[in-house]
Write a protein that binds this ligand. Structure first.
Ligand SMILES: [Zn+2]
Length: 176
């Protein structure tokens, strides 16, 4: 189920959560939060449910039922935005459309700093994959790390994590 594009997205998200964690919300708070976001995006608020699923998954989006299912009781904002981005995208994969939507949601509903970091992580991973299919320039985000990020203490461990991932590609899955 998880192709290399999905694994790159997961790796970038994991690195972001290590460097700059997003908030974990109770189910009630998460429901209120995604409802507010959906209304702001002029879409119907999806239902949020907790559901048993395979241990390598944290969440699933069901566009037919317009529902987001999460495995754990306290989903992070990043996980919720990931599933919301799936609902928003016609294309069901983790390609350029999905990644752009996710970074946009993170920018609007978490912070510009988080979004810049995530965009950078996704691009770095894409450079490594050298697919050339989804060029970062087409995303509409700065191609250079903003100078404000260069002095952030989180950057160095973030890069170290990335290289650990290079050494251990099988750690890319979503198991926490
Ligand atoms: Zn996904």
């Amino acid at each position: 189920m998880a192709n290399s594009e999905a694994l790159r997205v997961y790796a970038a998200e994991d690195a972001l959560e290590k460097s700059s964690p997003t908030r974990a919300l109770s189910m009630a708070d998460a429901t209120a939060w995604i409802t507010t976001i959906a209304e702001n995006e002029d879409s119907d608020p999806p239902a949020l449910v907790r559901q048993k699923m395979s241990s390598d998954l944290l969440g699933l989006a069901f566009s037919d039922e317009w529902c987001i299912a999460v495995r754990k009781a306290k989903p992070t904002q990043l996980l919720l935005l990931h599933e919301l981005a799936h609902l928003a995208c016609a294309n069901k994969g983790h390609g350029a459309e999905f990644q752009q939507q996710l970074v946009e949601y993170v920018r609007k509903y978490v912070s510009i700093t988080h979004a810049a970091e995530l965009a950078q992580l996704l691009k770095l991973n894409q450079c490594r994959a050298a697919s050339g299919k989804h060029r970062p320039e087409s995303w509409g985000y700065p191609t250079r790390m903003p100078s404000s990020l260069l002095t952030r203490q989180g950057l160095r461990p973030l890069l170290r994590n990335r290289f650990l991932h290079l050494l251990n590609p099988e750690t890319f899955h979503r198991d926490l």
